[in-house]
Design a protein around this ligand. Structure first.
Ligand code: FES
Length: 104
């Protein structure tokens, strides 16, 4: 059964950049992004060659992988070009006061 987990404070996430966050009960970290005031959580491994996506940038909800430039829609996880062939897993995000929470 999934639960909401606080993973960061709103102020700790810079618009346009990702951070790596740990979620209790999950073996690998997730990448948390903020873009145009919206937060997104995705698997932290690029499906192309496993780059840590938390080191990547995001613009208008589009993540650009820091290694080879694959682009993904942060809302759906769908790849937007041919550099990556599979989707990123995405996770629901909500704000609770100054807390950013991910459902896992
Ligand atoms: S590892 Fe992400 S595009 Fe290659």
């Amino acid at each position: 059964m999934s639960k909401w987990h606080t993973v960061a404070s709103v102020d700790s996430v810079v618009d346009g950049k990702g951070i790596s966050v740990t979620v209790p009960g999950r073996r690998k970290p997730l990448a948390l992004f903020k873009s145009a005031g919206h937060f997104y959580a995705v698997n932290n491994e690029c499906p192309h060659a496993y780059a840590p996506l938390s080191g990547s940038s995001i613009t208008n909800g589009i993540i650009t992988c820091c290694w080879h430039g694959a682009k993904f829609d942060a809302r759906t996880g769908k790849p937007l070009d041919t550099a990556a062939y599979s989707d990123l897993a995405t996770f629901p995000v909500r704000l609770s006061g100054n807390d950013v929470q991910i459902e896992f």
